[in-house]
Each structure stands twice: as structure tokens, then as C-alpha cells.
Design a protein around this ligand. Structure first.
Ligand code: FMN
Length: 352
């Protein structure tokens, strides 16, 4: 089927539109077989058929995994999942900024909890084939000792996932981003590693608003201690500077609290990506995410050091065909620029 219905979703409130969109994808009505030899990449001992993945937050409860792979994604990341179900912040909490094809949201880890997600993932795992599944975990907002939540979730999900993401960068859970700080991060990662009995690859998702000091500290840990296996750069931003350049109809939305995503995030997340790649000497894989809505954007992230790419907001504004459109364009761009494969293009614009 074509997803032509989706263009009408903009007339209904964002969260309701998302509900229908996810259900529609879950029906697995389309099957896009996508393959391009030059987009294959191997990381953490696994082969990704292509480098474009779905970012966390789209399928928080892991309910439409197979359908999401049918859109052509090379990997899918579900979550953020918290131990207990959580309602999240009061509605309205998601705001579209169509003039920028952007979103501001403060959902606050609304999800059905780990038991429900596990049931869905177990069901999916039975017919998993070779798809690569990431599971993104976070703490409940009421939890005082964050470490306990992350460790319990790691133990619960590690054998079902190809990688686990420690989301410590959502702006919508008070205090969460404190974990990124120099005084907290090392002990936190040591505990995680100690409890990673299945030795699943551990990725850390960072904020584009991270201080230079905290970023350099994380990069130093990457270089000197073997605590994590990858980084995801980046989550949404609390900055609003990039959406002040043109007038928008509902200008009040700019002042809504929450994380901004979509094209206005591209430059900021790219800046942090290049810095991270340089400061880690390209030592561990980075997933580049933030504002990707075209093949050119995806190629730029690879040039700046990303081994894999993710998107979310572009799916809302451009619809599901954007996945294959980006992959075709990316494959072509690699050839045009003289790269025989994806790997050889990673970080070519950054001095390490
Ligand atoms: C509605 C919405 C919900 C999100 N929820 C999560 C989440 O639960 N966990 C997470 O790590 N990131 C979450 N994100 C952030 C995305 O994974 C991604 O990092 C960010 O949106 C930047 O990518 P984009 O510009 O392609 O959307 C969410 C983003 C949006 C728009």
C-alpha cells in the first residue's frame, strides 16, 4: 500500500496522529526490500544491511518492530523503556512547527513499562531474521537511584537486543542529564559494565546541549577505559536559537518547554558529532542523529564521523517513503564522491 493517508495526519493532534501512524505501520502492509551493496556495514560483530535506523521514541513500547523494518530501515531502536509504566507529562506536550518541519515535545518517557515491552519483544524475536534491534532504556521519573533502574533493564533486555542504549540525555526527565556530568558518568558506566553479563554492546546517548567539559570527559573515558561500545549523538535540544530566523504562525510554540527535533537541530548535532569523532580519534562507532531529512544530510553525518544514522522527525513530515529515498540517494552520493563503500567515507571531513 502507499501511505498517502498520512498526509492528512497533520490535521489531527500530533499524539493521535502518531497513534494511528504506528498502528498502520504495525499492520505490515508494505514490504520494501532494500539492498545496496555499498551501504552494508559491520559493527559490533553484526552486519547492518544499511546504515539508516529509526531513532528512539517512535516505537516506545516495541509494538510495531516488524512493520518498521518493512519500511527499509537497516536497524530499529525501540524505547525509551522505563521499568514501570509511566504516563509522562500532562497533555498537550507535543507541538508541530511545520514552518521548520520540526517538533517540540516534552513527553517525559510515557510508556507501558518493561513487562509489556518484553512481551512484545519476545513475540517479535521469534521471527527476527537478521534484523538489528536496539533497545533504549531510561529511568522512571520517581526513581531516586537511577543506576538501579538501568541495571535492572539491562539485565532484562540484553539477550533480546543487538545493542542497549543508556538514554541519559532526555531533557524531559528532571535531573536525568546530570548523569552525563564528569562527577557522575564514570562510576555509572563502571556499574553498568559490571552488570553486563551478556556482554551486549552498550551505547550512550548524549545531549547536543552537553557542556564542552562533560563531552571531553566522556571522550577521554572512551579513549582510556573500555566502558562503552558506542555513542549516539544526539538527543533533542532545549535551545531555541535556531527557530528564531523566520516567523511562524503559532509563535507561542517556540516558548513551550521540551526538546526540539528536526532540521533546526541538524547543525548543532553535527557540530557535537564532529567534535566527538575527533576527540575519540574515531575509536568507537557513533550513531549520528538529529535533523536528517535527506540523503545529503545522511552523507554529511557520515563525513563528520557517524558510522550509522538515525531519524525520527523526518518520518512525520515526509512519510515512510523517506527511508528508501535517503538510502538510494546515499548510495548514489557515495559512488559519485568516489567512496567504494560506506566505511571508507566515515569521518573523512574530520581531522583526528
Ligand atoms: C516525539 C519524540 C519522542 C522522542 N522520544 C525519545 C525517547 O523516548 N528516547 C530517546 O532517546 N529519544 C527520543 N527522541 C529523540 C529522537 O530519538 C532523536 O534523538 C531526535 O528527535 C533527533 O532526531 P530527529 O531530528 O531525526 O527527530 C524523541 C523525539 C521525538 C520527536
Amino acid at each position: 500500500m502507499n501511505y498517502s493517508l498520512i498526509k492528512y495526519f497533520r490535521f489531527i493532534p500530533p499524539e493521535l496522529a502518531h497513534f494511528f501512524f504506528l498502528k498502520l505501520i504495525g499492520l505490515e502492509i508494505i514490504e520494501k526490500k532494500y539492498f545496496n551493496e555499498n551501504l552494508k556495514i559491520s559493527l559490533w560483530g553484526k552486519t547492518f544491511s544499511n546504515p539508516l535506523g529509526l531513532a528512539a521514541g517512535f516505537d516506545k513500547n516495541a509494538e510495531s518492530i516488524s512493520g518498521l523494518f518493512s519500511l527499509g530501515f537497516g536497524f530499529v531502536e525501540v524505547g525509551t523503556i522505563t521499568p514501570l509504566m509511566q504516563k509522562g507529562n500532562k497533555k498537550p506536550r507535543v507541538f508541530r512547527l511545520p514552518e521548520y518541519e520540526a517538533v517540540i515535545q516534552r513527553l517525559g518517557f510515557n510508556n507501558e513499562g518493561s513487562k509489556n515491552a518484553l512481551k512484545n519483544i519476545e513475540k517479535y524475536a521469534k521471527d527476527k531474521a537478521n534484523n538489528i534491534l536496539g533497545i533504549n532504556i531510561g529511568k522512571n521519573s520517581e526513581t531516586k537511584d537511577a543506576e538501579v533502574d538501568y541495571i535492572n533493564l539491562l539485565k532484562l533486555f540484553s539477550k533480546y537486543s543487538d545493542y542497549i542504549v543508556l538514554n541519559i540525555s532526555s531533557p524531559n526527565t528532571p535531573g536525568l542529564r546530570e548523569l552525563q556530568k564528569k562527577q557522575n558518568i564514570e562510576d555509572f558506566l563502571i556499574s553498568i559494565k559490571k552488570n553486563n553479563h551478556d556482554k551486549v554492546p552498550i551505547l550512550l546517548k548524549i545531549s547536543p546541549d552537553i557542556s564542552d567539559d562533560d563531552l571531553q570527559n566522556i571522550c577521554e573515558l572512551v579513549k582510556t577505559k573500555n566502558l562503552i561500545d558506542g555513542l549516539i549523538v544526539s538527543n533533542t535540544t532545549i535551545s531555541r536559537e535556531m527557530i528564531k530566523t523566520k516567523p511562524i504562525k503559532d509563535s507561542w510554540k517556540i516558548h513551550e518547554a521540551g526538546g526540539l527535533s528536526g532540521p533546526p537541530l541538524l547543525n548543532l548535532s553535527n557540530k557535537i558529532l564532529a567534535k566527538t569523532y575527533a576527540a575519540t580519534n574515531g575509536k568507537i562507532p557513533i550513531i549520528g542523529v538529529g535533523g536528517v531529512s535527506s540523503a545529503k544530510d545522511a552523507f554529511e553525518k557520515i563525513a563528520l564521523g557517524a558510522s550509522l544514522i538515525q531519524l525520527y522527525t523526518a518520518l512525520i513530515y515526509k512519510g515512510p517513503n523517506i527511508v528508501v529515498e535517503i538510502l538510494n540517494g546515499l548510495s548514489k552520493l557515495l559512488k559519485e564522491k568516489g567512496f567504494e563503500d560506506l566505511k571508507s567515507a566515515i569521518g573523512h571531513k574530520v581531522k583526528v
